[in-house]
Design a protein around this ligand. Sequence first.
Ligand code: GTP
Length: 597
Amino acid sequence: TDLAHIRNFSIVAHIDHGKSTLADRLIQLCGGLTQREMKEQVLDSMDIERERGITIKAQTVRLSYQAADGETYQLNLIDTPGHVDFAYEVNRSLAACEGSLLVVDASQGVEAQTLANVYQAIEVNHEIVPVLNKIDLPAAEPERVKEQIEDVIGLDASDAVEISAKSGLGIDKVLEAIVRRLPPPRGDREAPLKAMLVDSWYDPYLGVVVLVRVVDGVMKKGQKIKMMQAGASYTVDQVGIFRPKKENVKELSAGEIGFFTASIKEVADTAVGDTVTDEKRPCEKPLPGFKPAQPVVFCGLFPIDSSQFEDLREAIGKLRLNDASFHYEMETSAALGFGFRCGFLGLLHLEIVRERIEREFNIELITTAPSVIYHVYLTNGDMVEMHNPADMPDPVKIDRIEEPWIRATILVPDEYLGAVLKLCEDRRGIQQDLTYAGARAMVVYRLPLNEVVFDFYDRLKSITRGYASFDYQIENYEANDLVKMSILVNEEPVDALATVVHRARAESRGRAMCEKLKDLIPRHLFKIPVQAAIGGRVIARETIAAMRKDVTAKCYGGDVSRKRKLLEKQKEGKKKMRQFGRVEIPQEAFIAALKMD
Ligand code: GTP
């Protein structure tokens, strides 16, 4: 197709504002599916995604649209992941197109994630068409939301398209706006091949499938290609597009988006943002903006049942085939035995991987405290990257420890602002900005990632009844007074419960953890001390009293059903416990102990 008849676009939106519903509508009108094949939300292919209602893997679909001017256009929609953990993937997907539809729920207005995504689109010079969705809802206030888009984002919203993706109202206007208001791609078909690797995934039949945006030149079957950053060469097996069903094509040329396969074994060999060129006639320079995937959050994953270690190794290996941003290496813990130290792009990414292992591979896991990467500077001038508190060097050899700080943007209705400020202050936050947009406040805080990584997001949601939205970027590393806090159960340190904390907060954190553990660890036949310590110094202590031999004795009287319940509960608890010396610690203790109320 000639460039003038191509439009490449993505949809940016906050979660639940209707991105998938709109994409479905566009596919329904212009895609290659029959009514029967048109099932709900075709773009979200993994069921985990569907359940969580978020889009993890970017996918793309080619639409064919006959516009009011009588011409037929090729529209390529790139679906971007919708979560802060995947910001780099979003950035590359956006860089593969020329424009965006900014979908805003007309009954909700602009949210933190809308902002984060739209700024990214602006950064890659997108033309942006605001789309107000859900105007069928009685609570929809399109005029107010238009004003908000102008005030908060600074985009002209006078020509915003008003639609109901659910009922199909206004979808034709969206298609016309794409053709008329978004620019066509630029590129040179005759130049050497230059294509951006936008995404890749593992397919059991095809091997790795690579999604690309061709910038210059042409890609064809049989062509010898080279990945410029990875330095590897392959021969193209197939080129094709998704409508959204897979369809092979003769070639992908400048301006177009599609996929290729080339007998690539692992997605780890296909870095997002890499430049694909012709081996024999390469382009001069790779595309700008490439960044290797960097895990941000680390934790240990251990099987509850240690005989499942080999199964876990296999499960993790399989997941890694399809997820290049997930890192792992073997780890042994004195307390937990054999497991893996894993790195993730963020907490949501961690949750997804953990859930898939438990659900798809049936392995119950103990997840140790998530940790960020600390830069530990030693007195001899060396720096070590530490992502496991258990690896903390001897304190006398440490000059200073630096931790990552983030810049967080939170949007919250006025009435919850006080609670949000308090939460940020409690987590060592430093306020940067506070502005109002209608009845909403937008606060910007600098926060140590270490304080956010754990349960910040859950707390934020709960104190604002789900009304706050949150987005962050990592900013810099900064030295702080950080110490390793060990937890001792029955006088034995449990390495999986060790954390790095700010010294000023160590005592209250230690006390809170000991109190939690006291409730989480069941009584044993003997008394169990639970202690928090920094170096050799105990800073908090609780004691779990010994249990009387007859557990049912505390059920006064003869309430049989209660007795049975108690025994059943104990049995259930048993399944998910691990033995630490003489003490059994339940699985949930490892995570729950770190949650702060
Ligand atoms: P994520 O995939 O989680 O990022 O969400 P999304 O932005 O793709 O939203 P999705 O399309 O899944 O829609 C979220 C909810 O809003 C669903 O329950 C939809 O049925 C509903 N919805 C979408 N569009 C409309 C609309 O025009 N009107 C109404 N009333 N509901 C809508």
